[in-house]
Design a protein around this ligand. Structure first.
Ligand code: SF4
Length: 507
């Protein structure tokens, strides 16, 4: 399986942190005993964890939240979202049903508890981040609440001591008709069902869909609709807590251990980043050579297809486009020698001499064959992630680098999509909406899903790929690998024999 990670902060940026520095008053440490899988996150954590745990736990939760947000942007229903999220939750934020008190169970619940509070710090700074955080945390809570065993769910709710007033039998008798009408009861009599009275603002969904009887500003909610009430309480408590946290943030700025990590996390939430690893994105057995780039480009994401098309049209690319494209080609497994052949033959209007003098060095530098600046990691630069392409070096006049979903006008983007074969009006409309909401990488994923619709269905149906292999794409090289594997399903890239196993992802 391809391993796609939200990046950790560059260790160099931690170099001047003083871990001994005391920032706040001495806290009263205490270990929390987690009785339930579900958590309202009322009590902040106080026990010690390492900085590495602090960051990794937050990244794991962020991954879950980003995927949940992507599900909602793609209008996945409740059941579809639950199926999609199951393996992702099991991988990054598991909450097992083991016997109470087991060490694994307590460790899982601790990670869930701490990671929530860490992200609360990271996302309390702006109104937009607070709103998004509260929305996705509410989605996560609802998912888990619905997944919980009924008895445990009741035990959890009982201990919340929420401000709900039980409706007496007399009152249920008095309003029998109204309660029956609102709830749609036919067989059960309202007297036999337990009801709670709550302020109507707390259950807007039920009020809006006229599923509850209202009187004196109170909504009479039957037990079966309790999930709406619990979820509404969760959201309201979280929103208040986030507002309080945002006021406390300036004090945290003094903590130079945490601030860089928190800033990095909130940036990752804006546009998910991904770590590149050549072992994750190269494909063994595929013909990755200069002469085959044209054919391979059918599996490139739009940013790289645009660079490839510009290169073929002009026999030239400006510096930043060359860098973006060279690193991508390196990432798909094109070796330095083949890459030099590719660029030399593509720049067909210039002489060998000019190529050697002006362009050869840059390609070798990108591969780490020459040069030695601080960005080098022994084997040159890493291919750019979507986050980098979306947020750094926007293309200037005559430049083809960047991400078309972000940097093209809607008109030009539509023309490019149509030119590469995306003609479906629903998809184009969806891309337009994603672009308007600045969800550029989701537009890219939408196009990916459209372009590989049949193949995705096949690997889903035969169980070769699960939801974890089809997580949202946040790296152009990941796009290529997934596309290539799907398009070449059933063909053995080495010897041409049909084999479905070829499509299995590794990582
Ligand atoms: Fe390329 Fe990422 Fe933009 Fe897709 S979202 S076109 S992969 S930069």
């Amino acid at each position: 399986m391809i391993k796609q990670e939200f990046s950790r902060i560059d260790p160099k940026r931690r170099a001047n942190l003083n871990h001994r520095q005391k920032q706040f008053a001495t806290p009263a440490y205490k270990d929390v005993e987690y009785k339930h899988r579900l958590n309202f996150y009322i009590t902040p954590p106080t026990a010690d964890i390492t900085l590495e745990q602090f960051e990794q736990w937050a990244i794991d939760r962020l991954r879950v939240l980003a995927e949940l947000e992507a599900c909602s942007f793609r209008n996945k229903g409740t059941a579809e979202t639950a199926t999609h999220m199951k393996p992702i939750l099991e991988k990054y934020l598991p909450l097992s049903f083991t016997t109470f008190g087991s060490s694994t169970q307590q460790a899982e619940r601790q990670k869930d508890h701490y990671s929530h509070f860490i992200l609360r710090l990271a996302f309390a700074s702006t109104e937009d981040l607070r709103r998004r955080f509260s929305r996705v945390e509410t989605m996560l809570f609802r998912l888990r609440f619905q997944d919980e065993v009924a008895t445990d769910r009741q035990a959890f709710v009982k201990e919340l001591t929420l401000d709900w007033e039980p409706v007496s039998i007399e009152e249920r008798r008095q309003y029998e008709e109204e309660l029956r009408g609102a709830s749609g009861w036919e067989k059960t009599r309202p007297q036999e069902e337990s009801y709670f009275k709550v302020d109507w603002e707390k259950v807007p969904e039920l009020v809006e869909s006229r599923k509850v009887f209202m009187k004196g500003g109170k909504a009479y909610v039957p037990e079966k609709d309790q999930v709406s009430m619990v979820v509404a309480e969760f959201t309201s408590k979280l929103e208040k807590a986030l507002a309080l946290t945002s006021r406390a943030l300036p004090r945290l700025d003094e903590d130079d251990r945490l601030t860089p990590i928190l800033n990095h996390l909130s940036q990752n939430f804006t546009t998910p980043d991904s770590n590149y690893s050549s072992s994750n994105t190269s494909i063994s057995g595929a013909d990755i050579s200069a002469r085959n780039v044209d054919a391979l480009s059918a599996s490139f994401p739009l940013c790289m297809q645009n660079l490839h098309r510009s290169l073929r049209r002009d026999a030239h690319l400006k510096h930043y486009g060359r860098l973006q494209y060279t690193l991508f080609l390196k990432g798909i497994g094109l070796n330095l020698e083949e890459c030099l052949i590719f660029w030399r033959s593509s720049f067909s209007k210039i002489t060998d001499d000019v190529f050697n003098k002006e362009y050869r060095y840059n390609v070798r530098h990108a591969y780490g064959d020459v040069g030695g600046d601080s960005n080098r990691r022994g084997n040159g630069y890493s291919p750019f992630s979507c986050q980098k392409i979306l947020t750094e070096h926007p293309p200037g006049p005559g430049e083809a680098n960047g991400c078309p979903y972000r940097h093209f006008s809607m008109e030009n983007l539509t023309a490019l999509l149509q030119a590469v074969g995306v003609k479906d009006q629903d998809v184009l409309r969806g891309v337009k909406e994603d672009k308007e909401k600045t969800k550029f990488h989701l537009a890219c994923n939408r196009v990916f899903e459209y372009a590989h619709k049949q193949e995705i269905k096949k690997v889903r149906d035969n169980g070769t790929w699960g939801a974890a292999e089809l997580e949202t794409i946040v790296h152009p090289n990941e796009y290529f690998k997934r596309s290539y594997l799907l398009k070449n399903m059933g063909k053995n890239p080495v010897d041409g024999e049909g084999r479905d196993e070829d499509v299995k992802m590794e990582g």
